[in-house]
Write a protein that binds this ligand. Sequence first.
Ligand code: GDP
Length: 447
Amino acid sequence: MFDTLTHSFKGIVNKIRFADDEKSLQRACDELKKTLLRNDVYHKATKDIVQEVQTQTKLKGIGKQNFMQALKDSLTNILQSSKSYGISFSPTPPSVILMMGLQGSGKTTSSAKLALYLKQRGKKVLLVACDLHRLAAIEQLTQLAESIEVDIFTPSQASKPENAIQVAIDAKKKATDAHYDVMIIDSAGRLAIDEVLMNELLEIKKSVNAYECLYVADSLSGQDGIKTAGHFNDKIGIDGVILSKFDSDSKGGIALSIAYQIGVPLKFIGSGEKVADFDIFLPDRIVGRLMGAGDIASLAEKTASVMDQDEAKNIAKKLKKGQFGFEDFIAQIENMKKLGSMSSIASMIPGLGNMASALKNVDLEQSSEIKNIRAMVNSMTKKERENPDILNGSRRKRIAQGSGLEVSDINRIIKQFAQASKLAKKISQKGGMQDLMSMMNHLKIPK
Ligand code: GDP
């Protein structure tokens, strides 16, 4: 979602030649102001950012570097409205998390994403389907819960919409008796602010003593979304915001505006339809992404949660020695599928931010190239998979026949693979991959 802002920020510094004078700084600041406003950043926040950037750049000396640093500091300041990142847990489990938001904002999806995130960090999680106004929501949550293998509490068939509070109370009893660490309530959505439903939410919050009330904000919702969030905050109290559809083509301003106008911490971002497309919101990382610097730490954290560490070390070793074979390649594709969509992976790698939008529709499962590679690998002997160097003409011909591909396809795939592993070897020897791997080993995942 920050695509627009990232492009514009790059545009500002590239367009303006700093001649080390105040006039060019003023021009850069005017451009910055226009960019922020165009991207839905609240006008008062815009004013503050521009003023701060101007003052700091002057102080440190007018130049591209200082301008970008001042902008980075200013954005980080705004997003760092609170030090409470991630979920805080109640001293007496279960910690009850109440999810709320407008219908279609991504509440049900985010409930499942959060459940998976916590499960991967060792928590025993119970999902609770409390949207009795829309039966399809119960079915949707049930399917999601099954797919991530998390337990779910559903209301009995006879439950009426007004029983939502009782359902929450019954669920809490189950969660307490069965020693769950966390219970996540997916509440009824609202098409717009609706006082009856608001009161229901408030009652649920009180009756189960919700420890965290999380508001799911659609990245596309603009200033209207901020107003709605403000209303929820006044009426129920918001402990944190989950920004969904971060991958969409929205303007980037909503993240800054929520932090600035409502003053509640942004806790997580959802960046795709898959349950794995979910990250903790850490201001400096997001600012890095916003400014096109990528987000390697998030990627490493994600990779660590799907890949076991011995495997990661083993792969790093193979890459370094140039012994990365086709079998490893296919195994990595399986791992990448668990990481989420290609575009969200790309947006986290420095320099690949621009590629993220191009990869938006790449589905690893459906990609014909991946299917070709799979077919090819299936027709190879174990020795050939481990040592692609022995693939001479006759072997290639045999593999082409076995996989139903042309020899030219086989040649192309082998060439691409060789280039990729050469590049990977280079990166790993320079320390890049090693850094990534050691980061994964030492990473302390914030709670
Ligand atoms: P709810 O009515 O608030 O429970 O919303 P849902 O969870 O049903 O989500 C509404 C739609 O948005 C669904 O089609 C989801 O797949 C989609 N969605 C949710 N989160 C994301 C996200 O982070 N990115 C994208 N692209 N789509 C999302």
